[in-house]
Design a protein. Structure first.
Length: 365
């Protein structure tokens, strides 16, 4: 490296032009009085003392008194260590700038498209860690291990976690085992077709990335309830409904817990039509002023498309795609309870607990 390149490197390390001239001159002289350094460099004599003290503060030289102020260059090993540390800091800074650029607009916006798929997983982890009610995920089996710690923590908090594992027929992989799934998920299914990575958290956050074979690699993050609602129907219809269950941690004992009122209606409909008396507790918010409420009572009716035509059948997903509600008879009268996005009902349910199911003694049940 010639002197010109050395000086340019020192400027990039944060030295001023006078500091560069003084330091390079001192390297050539070894140790010298301040006045001599000024004579041999471009540093004015009136500035040389300040320049040398600045170089000392930055770790490049050492000054000392010997009749007059003198200076010598610091041990090159110390300078090398300092410059290496600076380089690492700059490298980390550059990486952080890259990360923030790739996440451009993520904060404070409802929709963000990112260029780095890892950003999608980072946001997915954050969404899982802050979830309170429900997490639904479509993922490849190899992606499970990364999210498993956050999922275990969510399940311990009472978050209802469901996962659809997607694989490719021409590239078989091992699905997670029951011990690996236990404690991290309530229910898991297997879709033997490639599918995007998709995470839905608490009706608020959607994290999306195309499947690994997709030509276009990008990610999308939506913090919008309406968009999340649309993605939820895609999840239910394409990634969940028709695929076999490979793991279930759902208890067979009462009370039965639901975070989705439509799933509750599917299970309750044929039993209610068969004459059962079903009591329930529902936690949710009022649709008028969004106040938290908890209701107790008996389910006396269900509202969904074509219910009267085949009342004893389990309703299909399409029957529940429109209005779906529970009529709960409480001590204050009957209350209509809807699910996510309820408008015409009194209550939007977040949790439904089926407390008891009983039949009249005259029935042979």
């Amino acid at each position: 490296m010639d002197t010109k390149e050395l000086k340019r490197g020192l400027r990039q390390a944060g030295l001023t032009d006078y500091e560069v001239d003084a330091y390079v001159t001192l390297l050539e002289m070894g140790n010298a009085p301040a006045t001599k350094i000024a004579e041999q460099s471009a540093v004015p004599r009136s500035r040389v003392y300040d320049v040398l003290r600045n170089l000392e503060d930055k770790g490049f030289v050492e000054t000392f008194k010997q009749k007059s102020l003198r200076a010598r260059a610091e041990d090159p090993a110390k300078v090398f260590e300092m410059l290496t540390s600076q380089a690492k800091t700059l490298e980390a800074t550059a990486e952080e700038i890259q990360n923030r650029w790739e996440q451009a607009g993520l904060s404070g916006h409802q929709m963000s498209f990112v260029k780095r798929l890892d950003t999608v997983f980072e946001r997915a982890e954050d969404a899982i860690e802050s979830a309170e009610d429900q997490v639904q995920i479509s993922m490849a089996p190899e992606q499970f291990e990364r999210l498993r710690p956050a999922l275990k923590s969510a399940l311990e908090r009472g978050v209802y976690v469901t996962i659809s594992f997607n694989t490719s027929p021409d590239l078989p992989v091992n699905l997670p085992t029951d011990p690996e799934l236990d404690g991290a998920v309530y229910e898991a299914r297997h879709r033997d077709l490639p599918a995007p990575f998709l995470l839905l958290a608490d009706r608020e956050v959607t994290c999306f990335a195309p499947h690994m074979k997709s030509v276009n690699q990008y990610g999308a993050i939506f913090e919008d309830e309406e968009i999340t609602y649309v993605f939820r129907w895609y999840f239910m219809a394409a990634l969940w409904e028709s695929w076999p269950t490979i793991f279930s941690g759902i208890s067979d004992d009462l009370p039965f817990e639901y975070v989705d009122i439509r799933e509750c209606i599917r299970d309750v409909a044929p039993v209610l039509a068969d004459g059962a008396r079903i009591t329930a507790t529902i936690r949710g918010t009022t649709t008028t002023n969004r106040e938290d409420v908890e209701l107790h009572g008996e389910i006396v009716d269900l509202i969904f498309a074509d219910r009267r035509r085949n009342p004893t059948d389990t309703p299909s997903l399409s029957q529940l795609a429109g209005r779906a509600a529970i009529v709960l008879d409480t001590e204050d009268g009957e209350v209509n309870v809807g699910g996510w996005g309820a408008i015409v009902e009194n209550i939007e349910a977040r949790r439904v607990y089926i407390e008891s199911i009983s039949f009249d003694e005259e029935d042979d049940h």
